[in-house]
Write a protein that binds this ligand. Structure first.
Ligand code: 7RM
Length: 636
């Protein structure tokens, strides 16, 4: 069995063991899975290339471990519990047996439509069970899934389809989200009109039954899947065969396709799930993320199913029909572990205590947070109002690239401290360095967060561009994985994540490259140049502040701002719309022409007390103009 840490002493010993002999430690964790052929060697690695291989020579299929392995012991237990958007509609359950059969049917349908090992399949779907089923069906036959969050625009979807040369897109007709009915298939149609020649089939899941256009590549999910056999042999996969691609934003260029492989991802997501959430048989676990993000991949689908858990999938939003929905659902399904994002906690907190106070919530044992720093106020509210002071908060730090949770308290085992993600998981060797790469030793220090040794679910490459992977993650500091985050280590060795040190902003837990948003804004014909920065936002954590230089005087500013926002929504998606747009005559630049983002960040945050030396700027006079037009109240 995957080791489940029980005591503080156990954590300390396990951590020591994992550092002293990582290969023996991870081999022991890997033993508990079903391997078609055991590995020859546990690990080979080189961070310079990078070249990272875990469980070399091992053959397996992750779905045999998520599904088949549990049939004898828990075949009738609920695997997926699905709660619909509309509280008056019935929920659905899939037992492990039923899920196995559905995954096999779907896998057979994919095969019948020409999908085989190594082919890429894109998903553009809301949170319906068929999304989890489809993803697992890909894994069953060795096809690589690329799930695109269904809030992205047609052009963002087309970019991702093209980058991975996907053969198939799987979508829904429409999507229920709160009181809205969103035309999902229409977005796919629009994406495919942007030249995606690799797509051979569009598989459409009938979700609402609303009217859709029907094109030559389209096929209905139910017509392709329902008549298939409920048995499908699992494709034999090498540990290092690709399991999935997931796009994520960086500081430059277009989003990159982070690649995770089968063996290591399986071992780490199961191990971390069992330990971080202290899951026990018959518990009901709920992660509110969308499967379009890594949190949904690792901690709605793979981690929980590998561990034989009951995992809930929620179609709706936290505020529909009112701000008590999360808590109503926790009570309804007797949820034991609840995992959400600080932005949701802050939004619900702002609606007032009456929405949470009327629920019992006594089944909760562990409550989690992920995606961005959780501020003290939100932590306290979560602790008191949701956890009722007796459910430990696990503030989990990790990234799309890390595949699983790397820094977190272990509930009931290690202590918790507000705003601290706390301690590294077993196998995770953290290091803080300064900008020159010098290691910062000791406690009570701050630095750039790096990891000096591989763990099983570290990314292997960025799809189709290995050099970019090397450059972004492994070249800043020699022989280390650089996270892009700054962190503080307190006197007792706990870690507090401060935030990104690059041009990536975190809006409601969604990662966004400032360059990506700028490129979208610059598509507007009346825009000469733009600069985007993050600024503190009460609910979203960070908001998007855009400085825009127009070609000519803008006569109708509100209309112009709306055009810019709509354009960003069209190019990337509504989540990337700027919160503030400031029209400026110019941008502060260095003599070498680089935008001084530091100054723009200061103005956007309203604190201009320490702008620093601006005399060396190419255009120091522009700073006054930028300050004069600020969209927020300035102090200092
Ligand atoms: C899981 C996920 C990764 C970035 C990461 C951080 C930030 C995530 C926390 C956090 C403070 C946390 N993947 N981040 N978790 N910051 N405390 N507990 O979010 O790839 O989308 O984002 O998110 O900056 O680098 S992600």
């Amino acid at each position: 069995m995957t080791h489940q840490i029980k005591t503080l002493q156990d954590y300390k010993e396990t951590y020591q063991k994992s550092i002293q002999n990582p290969e023996a430690f991870w081999a022991e964790q890997a033993e508990s899975f079903q391997w078609q052929k055991k590995w020859d060697k546990v690990l080979e690695w080189d961070f310079r290339n990078p070249n990272i291989n875990w469980f070399i020579g091992g053959k397996m299929n992750i779905t045999e471990n998520c599904l088949d392995r549990h049939l004898e012991t828990r075949g009738d237990q609920t695997a997926i519990l699905w709660e619909p958007n509309d509280p008056n509609q019935p929920h659905k359950t899939y037992s492990y047996k039923e899920l196995h059969a559905e995954v096999c049917r779907t896998a057979n349908a994919l095969k019948a439509n020409g999908i085989g090992k190594g082919d890429r399949v894109c998903f553009y779907m809301p949170m319906v069970p068929e999304l989890a089923i489809g993803v697992l069906a890909c894994a069953r036959i060795g096809a690589i899934h690329s799930v695109v969050f269904a809030g992205f625009s047609a052009s963002a979807l087309a970019d991702r389809i093209k980058d991975a040369t996907c053969k198939m897109v799987i979508c829904s007709d429409y999507n229920h989200r709160g009181a809205k009915n969103i035309p999902v298939k229409k977005v796919v149609d629009d994406a495919l009109s942007m030249d995606c020649p690799s797509i051979e089939t569009v598989l459409v899941h009938k979700n609402t039954g609303g009217d859709i256009a029907w094109n030559s590549l389209d096929k209905w999910w139910h017509e392709e899947v329902d008549h298939q056999s409920p048995d499908c042999p699992a494709e034999q996969m090498d540990s290092e065969d690709i399991l999935f691609i997931l796009y994520t934003s960086g500081s430059t260029g277009k989003p990159k396709g982070v690649v995770h492989t089968c063996g290591g991802y399986m071992v780490y997501t199961c191990f971390s799930f069992k330990n971080v959430f202290q899951y026990h048989d018959n518990d009901v676990y709920w992660c509110t993320a969308d499967i379009g993000w890594i949190t949904g991949h690792s901690y709605i689908v793979y981690g929980p199913l590998l561990a034989g858990a009951t995992t809930m999938m929620f179609e709706g939003v936290p505020t529909y029909p009112d701000a008590g929905r999360f808590w109503e659902v926790c009570d309804k399904h007797k949820v034991n572990q609840f995992y959400t994002a600080p932005t949701a906690i802050r939004a619900l907190m702002a609606k007032g205590d009456k929405y949470v106070d009327k629920y019992d919530l006594s089944t909760l044992k562990v409550i989690g947070s992920v995606g961005e720093p959780i501020n003290q106020e939100a932590w306290d509210w979560y602790n008191e109002k949701v956890g009722k002071g007796n459910s430990p908060i696990v503030d989990t730090w990790w990234q799309t690239e890390t595949g699983g949770i790397l820094i977190t308290p272990l509930p009931g085992i290690t202590d918790t401290k507000p705003c601290y993600a706390s301690y590294p998981m077993p196998g995770i060797q953290l290091e803080l360095v300064d900008t020159a790469g010098n290691i910062i030793e000791g406690n009570g220090v701050e630095g750039l967060l790096c990891i000096k040794y591989p763990w099983p679910s570290i990314l292997r490459t960025t799809y189709g561009d290995h050099e970019r992977c090397r450059q972004v993650y492994f070249s800043t500091f020699e022989d280390k994985y650089f996270t892009g985050d700054g962190a503080r280590r307190d006197e007792e060795g706990r870690y507090r994540i401060i935030g990104r040190v690059d041009d990536v902003i975190n809006v409601s837990g969604h990662r966004m490259g400032t360059a990506e948003v700028e490129n979208a804004i610059n598509e507007h014909p009346a825009v000469v140049e733009s600069a985007v920065v993050g600024y503190p936002h009460e609910i979203k954590g960070q908001g998007i502040y855009a400085y825009v230089i127009p070609q000519d005087t803008i006569k109708d500013e509100p209309a112009f701002e709306k055009e810019v926002r709509d354009l960003v929504a069209k190019v990337i998606g509504p989540i990337a719309k700027p919160d503030q747009i400031q029209i400026v005559p110019g941008l502060p630049k260095t003599r070498s022409g680089k935008i001084m983002r530091r100054i723009l960040r200061k103005v956007a945050s309203g604190d201009v007390s320490q702008l620093g030396d601006i005399s060396t700027l190419l255009n120091p006079e522009i700073v006054e103009a930028v300050k004069a037009g600020a969209k927020v109240k300035l102090v200092g």
